[in-house]
Design a protein around this ligand. Structure first.
Ligand code: ADP
Ligand code: MG
Length: 367
């Protein structure tokens, strides 16, 4: 996306100093985060288990109360609205379809709950099933549908309330790896076709990179980095992001801590005269098909930075194989080293004054 397009893009969801404190005596699960999500974009909230992704998503959905801060959907403050009045819809893990209902009745379900007459809700459900190319299978039960078809029914079911934003909490994580890769391609395709804003929670960096226009990397209730997959992968903002995204070495230089992609490392046998670099020993060797991944231990480095990796193209490896236990020298080009910042700072270190929880919220937390 170029800068001009970015500034003319409208914002679907804006989060301002959003905080969730489940209990007074434990750190906030989500700690004053700020975020703007462009309309029609695929946004992935990414981070390790427990970092606050689901809590953030549930607060946007209205399934979790907000301790303080605000959530705006298309400039409307929805922070205290009930879930059904927000203009969001949720798609759950493994799609959570009712097994005893047909595809049509699954899709029509929320309209039934709203008291919409049968003919009308079936008409609208049939229309949506057509839209996701499932019209011909409307009478099938979930058990008679493939994983991909079930996902489309779940999508149609979420779309029937005409949401502006679709929220997805680890929708693919219970699937086997093969199906997961197929389903994520479908999700991406539907998101683009529908032009809807998707906010998708995942702990998988691979999934987020495959899906997202914008990745939001979270850690301990804070946002570490926001950017395109390319930006985040090639310019990790902090040691946490570099390590979490994988494929990087974090190294100490006179300029400070840097991240270097492991396919950008130069490796030569330590015996060659005239070569310089960091001395290391090969401790692991893994064939990965097109690539060979070497694990190494640096001879002189602080313990936390000792272990590094090098990804070699198979043809390079075959031309000059390395062996376990071999002494080598590692180096990299200056242009490939990304200087790392300190990472997300806790709100206490920010200049703005945090709001206190309201009295009734404190009472609710203590109860
Ligand atoms: P993620 O989805 O990134 O794995 P969550 O948002 O589920 O993380 O959880 C963030 C933190 O909040 C974790 O420490 C978790 O234990 C805690 N937490 C989540 N839900 C609740 C709850 N209902 N009550 C108390 N603590 C919770
Ligand atoms: Mg979660």
């Amino acid at each position: 996306m170029d800068a001009a397009a970015a500034t003319t893009n409208t914002i679907a969801v804006e989060i301002v100093a959003l905080t969730k404190q489940y209990a007074i005596d434990i750190p906030a699960a989500v700690d004053q985060i700020d975020l703007r999500i462009a309309s029609g974009s695929y946004c992935c909230l990414l981070g390790p288990s427990g970092c606050g992704k689901s809590t953030t998503l549930r607060m946007i959905a209205g399934h979790e109360t907000v301790t303080h801060g605000d959530i705006l959907l298309e400039n409307r403050n929805i922070t205290r609205l009930p879930a059904a009045a927000r203009g969001t819809a949720m798609m759950f893990q493994s799609f959570a379809l009712f097994p005893h209902l047909s595809a049509l009745d699954n899709v029509a379900f929320s309209l039934k709950m709203k008291g919409v007459a049968k003919a009308e809700r079936h008409r609208r459900a049939a229309e949506l099933l057509e839209r996701v190319a499932m019209g011909h299978l409307a009478q099938r039960k979930p058990g008679e549908l493939s994983g991909g078809q079930q996902q489309r029914v779940a999508l149609a079911r979420a779309l029937i309330t005409e949401p502006k934003v679709l929220l997805l909490d680890e929708p693919l994580s219970a699937l086997d790896p093969f199906l997961r890769v197929q389903m994520r391609a479908e999700l991406r395709r539907w998101q683009k076709e529908l032009g809807l804003t998707f906010i998708h929670v995942t702990h998988s960096q691979e999934e987020a990179m495959a899906l997202a226009d914008t990745m939001v990397v979270m850690n301990h209730g804070l946002i570490e980095q926001v950017g395109s997959p390319h930006q985040v992968y090639n310019h990790p903002a902090s040691e946490f992001v570099a390590r979490f995204m994988g494929g990087h070495n974090v190294l100490q230089t006179p300029a400070g801590q840097v991240a270097v992609r492991n396919d950008h490392m130069r490796i030569v046998p330590a015996t060659e005269p005239g070569d310089s670099g960091l001395r290391a020993t090969i401790t692991d060797l893994e064939y990965q098909g097109i690539y060979v991944l070497l694990g190494l231990a640096l001879a002189e480095a602080p313990p936390s930075l000792k272990s590094v990796s090098v990804l070699l193209h198979e043809s390079h490896f075959l031309a000059r194989p390395f062996a376990l236990g071999q002494q080598v020298l590692l180096s990299w080009e200056e242009a490939h080293a990304r200087l790392l910042g300190p990472g997300a700072q806790r709100p206490a270190m920010r200049t703005s004054q945090p709001q206190k929880p309201r009295r009734d919220e404190l009472a609710a937390m203590a109860a």
